[in-house]
Design a protein around this ligand. Sequence first.
Ligand SMILES: Nc1ncnc2c1ncn2[C@@H]1O[C@H](COP(=O)(O)OP(=O)(O)OP(=O)(O)O)[C@@H](O)[C@H]1O
Length: 288
Amino acid sequence: MNSVIEVKNLYKKYDDFALRNISFKLQKGKVMGFIGPNGAGKTTMIRLMMNLIRKDGGDIRLFGYPHDKNQKYIKNRVGFVYDQNFFIEELSVKMCKAMIAPFYDEWDDDLFNYYTNRFELPLNRQIKNLSQGMKTKLYLAIALSHHAQLIIMDEPTSGLDPVFREELLKIIREIVNVYNVAIFFSTHITADLEKIADEITFINKGRLIFSERTEVIGRSFQKVMLDHAPFSTSDNLLIGLHKSGDYYTAITNQFPLVEAKYRPVSFVRATLEDIMLYHIEEDRRCLL
Ligand SMILES: Nc1ncnc2c1ncn2[C@@H]1O[C@H](COP(=O)(O)OP(=O)(O)OP(=O)(O)O)[C@@H](O)[C@H]1O
């Protein structure tokens, strides 16, 4: 099956930061959560995909085409939901629509009316008077009205209250089910992703930690607690090992080996947040 997004060995260098060797794929009808702490390189990755900045190496393909060629084809099929405002603040929602619609070959006014109604977006309200949540809904209504097949969202839930976050996640799942679109969703709120993401791509300090199906990640990682300091950690079985109260805790994706070597070991299923935090801890420890 053709990938909607295919990123291979991507490289981008800034003075003090580099995205290195980033590779992942996203298929139609799937939601990918793109996670990493502040400064990991998430926005840089999204800007590269959207062709807003230039890569220094590697390959990005959208719908099978190099992302910086076939621009009209790609722009028609990609919807972008950003956490900052792209619109002229003085315009009303209706005026915004009138400006944007002609840029898309398959603009559908009936769908726009349906979604603005469904999302309770007041057509005559100026953009500057919309809440952050309403702006996010407007971006989504626009993406859906031009029949985007890929929706890229940069931190869409940051700055939203929990009730609206929940509603947005429901809308995302519905869009995927009804239109079979692919959604690429960057966030550092991992709890959101456990509910809706089919796949997770995790980066830290510009490096890919993993890109994997959520259910596989859920099955692979355990959080372990030892009541004694491990005699050696050179086997790399324990990720992010540190002392917490009376215990040493870490995560592992090789639990049978850890149990055989370090017993007695207690364990619980690692959440996505654990997996992210312990990998960050491991990176920090390796730098010491
Ligand atoms: N135009 C630029 N010039 C130089 N460095 C940059 C530029 N844009 C981003 N960076 C650096 O790249 C790194 C990654 O930034 P980026 O915004 O991609 O991270 P992020 O994962 O999106 O973080 P956050 O969650 O805080 O938004 C940071 O160290 C940032 O300072």
